[in-house]
Design a protein around this ligand. Structure first.
Ligand code: HEC
Length: 201
């Protein structure tokens, strides 16, 4: 091979290599642009389009919609939905428990709870009272209910005062049996975690 021929061949190889490198670079740029676009489009804070491919309206309605729940669960949930959508009736709105959790209030609240609530909701709010066992929907698990962020003072005052008539449940309305003060004492007892009396410890 002459020197001239050798130089020419090297030139060709170099040109082919340069071409290859630029194609690879171009592909990298295209891929990077694609990734950025993808990352932006899957931004979770972006407003949802009206059609959610993974949870379309028919699925929401026919699979996990309100209509698919058992009647007792629906009745139980009705109070929660009502409160979240409309709030408590005006007469209870903004009501706050005036009592602090001192021993005297808790003891009084405990006695009132035993007289009025234990038979259904059970000693510790676990819905295992004698009467409560036969009810459908069953009495609420007050021990857990009381820990829900939604269950503010006005919620409890409303639920205990008006009972479950509006929702077709056996929860009695106590507004004619108990004074507001008495209800607050019961609320204080429940919020303190249903402590047992000295005699029971
Ligand atoms: C005759 C049985 C019975 C008695 C007595 C009773 N409850 Fe209920 N209570 C129920 C039933 C059943 C439910 C569940 C259905 C509903 O939410 O209305 C319930 C629900 C509740 C709720 C609402 C639960 C929720 O999910 O929001 C509260 C609060 C409550 N009871 C507190 C009390 C307190 C406090 C007393 C005593 C002053 C009491 N109950 C007495 C049967 C009873």
């Amino acid at each position: 091979m002459s020197t001239e021929e050798a130089t020419m061949r090297m030139g060709t190889t170099a040109r082919v290599r340069a071409g290859f490198v630029s194609v690879v670079l171009a592909l990298i740029v295209i891929a990077a642009t694609g990734f950025v676009a993808l990352a932006q489009s899957s931004d979770r804070s972006a407003p949802r389009s009206w059609w959610d491919m993974w949870n379309p309206p028919w699925m929401q309605r026919d699979m996990w919609g309100r209509g698919q729940m058992d009647t007792d669960i629906r009745q139980r949930m009705s109070r929660h939905w009502t409160f979240m959508n409309q709030g408590a009736p005006t007469e209870y709105r903004g009501a706050l428990n005036p009592y602090s959790a001192d021993t005297e209030t808790i003891t009084e609240g405990r006695a009132l709870y035993q007289q009025n609530c234990v038979r259904c909701h059970g000693k510790e709010g676990l819905a295992d009272g004698e009467v409560g066992r036969a009810l459908n929907p069953s009495p609420a698990l007050l021990a857990y209910l009381i820990q829900m962020p939604m269950v503010v003072d006005e919620y409890l005052l409303w639920a205990v005062s008006d009972g479950g008539t509006a929702f077709g449940t056996a929860m009695p309305a106590f507004k004619d049996t108990l004074t507001e003060d008495q209800i607050w004492k019961i609320v204080t007892f429940m919020r303190s975690g249903f402590p047992p009396g000295i005699m029971e410890q």
